[in-house]
Design a protein around this ligand. Sequence first.
Ligand SMILES: CC(C)[C@H](C(=O)O)[C@@H](O)C(=O)O
Ligand code: SF4
Length: 467
Amino acid sequence: MANTLFEKIWQQHVVKNLEGDTSLLYIDRIFLHERTGSIALKSLSADGRKVVNSDQVFCTMDHIVDTFVGRNDNTLMPSGKDFIVATREACAEANIKLFDVNDPQQGIVHVISPELGIVQPGCTLVCPDSHTCSQGALGALAWGIGSSEAEHALATKTLRVTKPKTMKVEFVGELADVVSAKDMILHLIGQYGAAGGAGYVIEFCGPAIDNLEIEARLTLCNMAVEFSAFSGLIAPDAKAIAYLHNRPYAPKGEQWERAVEYWKTLYSDSQATFDKVITIDCADIGPTITWGTSPEHTCSVNGVVPEIRLNDNGLPDQSYIRAMDYMQVSPNMRLSDLAIDAAFIGSCTNSRISDLRIAAKILNGRKVASGVKAICVPGSTLVKKQAEQEGIDKILIEAGFEWRESGCSMCFYAGGENFGYQKRVVTSTNRNFESRQGPETRSHLASPATVAASAIAGHLADPRDYL
Ligand SMILES: CC(C)[C@H](C(=O)O)[C@@H](O)C(=O)O
Ligand code: SF4
């Protein structure tokens, strides 16, 4: 029988079929972070239960840690230190591998898991964090769970999961210069709505996906959850296999050979059917940015804010009115007329070395506009080190960017460091809802290239004008 990639991985992991579409699935890897992982570990231990196999569990300090150079356990986030200390203690007690605050392999969970070869094709990986879907880029079934599900997985190596429907999103044609995976995913969400993927697991495929490097595929899959999908994944190809080769946690020697043999079977059979298919022509995608407070509020960076959408009754959609009011934009306003207060390059969406390279290419020899607070937070300590070896830090600092230690940082506002009241931020992150990056901040989601160009211009700007 012809199967999709998802069905192959699913079938491999069914321990028992339960009622209806629900199955008990075997979980290969569990990743935790100090914000939600510590809660799961604490509660597990309070119940007198144990982590059943700590070799399959990893934890990092990314969400709460400060990103200032010279950081320690103290954080700007009130009581952040408590989470850090509790996580450290819980990991030591359960014998879990922890990438601690100043560990050379520390970083944002969805950046370090691929970077260290922890996520692998065909495996099931869960983390109490919504952007776990990023890791599907390597052909894994990876999805975000809640803290109580994390407890269940830690104690049993299994989870009850209701089978999602399958969607194929095929990208055909070629991307224009500087147009990136971030523009692709924003374009998809803009076209089909932020709920467009609800109830589905999405396989991204097609010639334009084949052409993407692994880091770009991670960016694309990262925002599957912003499309409301259960997860996103991409069949592992020669690029995925080459990417994983020799990574610290990837199999070695004979085990590597056997793994590769298996990974090569992980693709959707040509006769396999999907519940839904979407095809997107990359010729239609340009540098894309959000104007509003949902990832579906997108437009071209050199375009204008759209008209207010009408609802089914032909009346102005209140969510559009509210978003425009919050963002202080109005229909037909040029995006390039919006002055920015801040520019942020970071997050599990766009903080890998390829993201920093494109930013450096644009920023080289230029200056951030006066009055713009510009911050770059590498996605991992290894990315930071690599960037420093390439001189990227110098280019960014010279241009006027702050160069930070790795972490989630101001991708999300948790009561600590933020961009300030009602500040307008152009950001390489994945969420733009109200106050996501600070009190009433106005976030415009875009690619790192667009963020860099806008930082120089002092207003939202098209990266094609800066190459
Ligand atoms: C803190 C964590 C639970 C949260 C998530 O799950 O997404 C965070 O990573 C985010 O991006 O908002
Ligand atoms: S970088 Fe942002 S989106 Fe990613 S895990 Fe951290 S807080 Fe969540």
